[in-house]
Design a binder for this molecule. Structure first.
Ligand code: ATP
Ligand code: MG
Length: 446
């Protein structure tokens, strides 16, 4: 993409209504614009990041054996009356009436709808286990929408639902979700810590939340430092292997890690002092096992060879995809702007032409642009006739992990400058070597 042709409405001033870095930076970097309180338009660069996160989520869900689908945003109130949640949900639910006077709602989550789909098509234990998920916009009329996309009213969520024959099988689904979520966050270049959570109004027996550490997080968190050393790396995982998923689950849930809601000071005090960590965190996902809560109230049963018809065991599992964009920025920025992890960066490299209109510089940039595109590095070429300082400031603000700076002086010596956004370290290299280095960095991600 050429910056001269891209819609990237950068703001020079800090917006006065944005209290936290991610909100400020997403507005300044032209990623989002507020449409109404808690409701945002995703401009091209914000949308690109959102799509990247969605792709990673899809990839890891499909790898775990889950079925992608898409349910509508608008749901019928009758289904929610069946489960008893129509009245329970309260003012957070946006209620709508159609021209025939039928009660509808903008879905805040999808347990009822998916249970309805399941019970209408699945009758036999032979069709289990089954996990269905989608990535769809949700609406919750939050009392205090704030912090930009972190606590919006309309937000994008991946929500998945497992259907199993008994508790044991459902716990495998629970563990499998835990593992697939850990992989998902790692692939996004993030550390998200699973913490024992409170089941709240959804009603559940087992639940964990995933938290990204950041000073601006809404939850207070307490954990054993050791958990920070855990990583799945590129370990191949057999998601059908119950023992393997259970042992990864155990490894990640043994060190103490809890939010303020479940914190137990006595247990925490037993950890050696130097490993007791207190911080703040952003909830970017949650997994639940809730047994037969919905299958009983909504009559989702399967026939079995020995026990007749029995209600299925279920769980639901969510990732806050749009919130994740903000969480990544909260965890990864400096005073000049965003610092994208390579895996989710809107572009792989920024090319800055220091002397637009200079034949040699223009030609060198065009060549770099072409070869980066061919290598799949997805370059953003700043081809505007701006001062060098302004170009650097824009690149720093939008946070591409790498920048190549091209100027007549370097070209005389056959070199361009390759700069890493995170470390600020620059090196002078012939253009081909700079490309080779970037190609290596990005090939590791696939
Ligand atoms: P919270 O406690 O932050 O209100 P929740 O526990 O009600 O969230 P879940 O039902 O667990 O939310 O939804 C799954 C995920 O969706 C959450 O982990 C979070 O990342 C995201 N999410 C929930 N509410 C919002 C919101 N208002 N804006 C953006 N993302 C949200
Ligand atoms: Mg939650």
């Amino acid at each position: 993409m050429r910056l001269s042709k891209y819609f990237l409405p950068i703001l020079k001033e800090n917006p006065s209504d944005a209290q936290i870095a991610s909100h400020r930076l997403m507005l300044r970097a032209g990623m989002i614009r507020q449409a109404q309180s808690g409701i945002y338009s995703w401009l091209p660069m914000g949308y690109k990041v959102l799509r990247k996160l969605e792709n990673i989520v899809h990839d890891e869900q499909i790898r775990a054996g889950h079925n992608p689908m898409l349910m509508p945003t608008i749901q019928s109130a009758d289904l929610w009356r069946e489960s008893g949640r129509y009245d329970d949900y309260g003012k957070e639910m946006l209620r709508i009436t159609d021209r025939h006077g039928r009660d509808m709602l903008f879905g805040p989550t999808n347990e009822e709808l998916i249970t309805d789909i399941f019970r209408n098509s699945v009758k036999s234990y032979k069709d289990l286990p089954m996990t269905l998920y989608h990535i769809q916009w949700k609406f919750r009329d939050e009392v205090r929408p704030r912090f930009g996309v972190m606590r919006g009213r309309e937000f994008l969520m991946k929500d998945g639902y497992n259907f199993d024959l008994n508790k044991e099988a459902a716990m495998h689904s629970y563990n499998r979700h835990m593992v697939s979520y850990l992989r998902t966050y790692e692939r996004m270049g993030m550390k998200a810590i699973p913490m024992r959570a409170d089941s709240g109004p959804i009603g559940g027996e087992d639940t964990h939340e995933f938290l990204v550490l950041a000073d601006t997080g809404e939850s207070e968190v307490f954990f054993d430092r050791n958990i920070l050393d855990l990583s799945l790396g590129d370990k191949e995982i057999d998601y059908n292997n119950w023992d393997e998923c259970a042992s990864i689950f155990k490894e990640w849930t043994t060190p103490y890690a809890r939010t303020d809601e479940t914190h137990n000071p006595e247990l925490f005090a037993k950890i050696p002092d130097e490993r007791q960590m207190t911080s703040r965190g952003i909830e970017v996902g949650q997994i639940f096992y809730f047994g037969t809560k919905y299958s009983e109230s909504m009559n989702a049963k399967v026939s079995t060879p020995n026990d007749g018809e029995i209600p299925v065991h279920m769980g639901s599992h969510g990732i806050g995809v749009s919130r994740m964009v903000g969480a990544i920025i909260e965890a990864s920025h400096d005073e000049n702007g965003i610092i994208w992890p390579e895996a989710v960066s809107p572009f792989g490299v920024g090319i800055v032409n220091l002397k637009q209109g200079d034949d040699q510089a223009d030609l060198a940039c065009e060549n770099l642009y072409k070869s980066a595109s061919l290598l799949g590095i997805d370059p953003l070429y700043d081809d505007r006739s701006e001062r060098a300082g302004a170009k650097f400031a824009s690149m720093d603000l939008i946070g591409l992990p790498w920048r190549i700076t091209v100027g007549p002086r370097g070209l005389k010596n056959g070199v361009v400058e390759l700069t890493c956004r995170r470390t600020g370290v620059s090196e002078e290299l012939p253009p081909e070597l700079a490309m080779e280095k970037l190609a290596k960095v990005y090939s590791k991600l696939v």
